[in-house]
Design a protein around this ligand. Structure first.
Ligand code: ZN
Length: 154
């Protein structure tokens, strides 16, 4: 495993649409492992999308404190309610702001074994799923902020 560099806002790769994963091969598995190490090493990330390490593939990892999720070709198939919470992003350092997201989502994806599975996310996990999936379409959270906030703990 290796820690990869996190791409920062300003790099156009973050504004591109990612491609579907056609085959879960050793390169994809290595990318998942590297993304996991990179996210945990960052110390404050609850999610990471492949374009954030410079790879335009539809792959996302999430850990909101209840275990690692690895999502390949994820699609939100259900969405309900709304919540407004402060978000940040490893690719947009020092910027925090309130974003409106669904309160609950169901996401369908392939796991690392290539099985199609579904997961439900509410509250922080729903936010995280939406935030990371936006990355796969080249959308950064600060484009959706309705109010920027100051954050003392940097
Ligand atoms: Zn992000």
């Amino acid at each position: 495993m290796a820690i990869r560099n996190i791409v920062k806002k300003g790099d156009e790769i973050l504004n591109k649409r990612c491609k579907e994963v056609k085959e879960i091969n050793s390169r994809v598995l290595e990318l998942l492992d590297d993304m996991k190490e990179t996210m945990y090493e960052s110390g404050n990330g609850v999610g990471l999308a492949a374009p954030q390490v410079g790879i335009l593939k539809r792959i996302v990892i999430i850990d909101v404190g209840d275990g690692l999720m690895e999502l390949i070709n994820p699609v939100i198939i259900e969405s309900e309610g709304e919540q407004i919470e402060v978000e940040g992003c490893l690719s947009v350092p020092g910027v925090y702001g309130k974003v409106k997201r669904p309160q609950r989502v169901v996401v369908e994806y392939l796991n690392r074994d290539g099985e199609k599975v579904q997961a439900e996310g509410t509250e922080l996990k729903a936010i995280c799923i939406c935030h990371e999936l936006d990355h796969l379409d080249g959308v950064l959270f600060d484009e959706k902020v309705i109010e920027f906030v100051e954050c003392e703990s940097e």
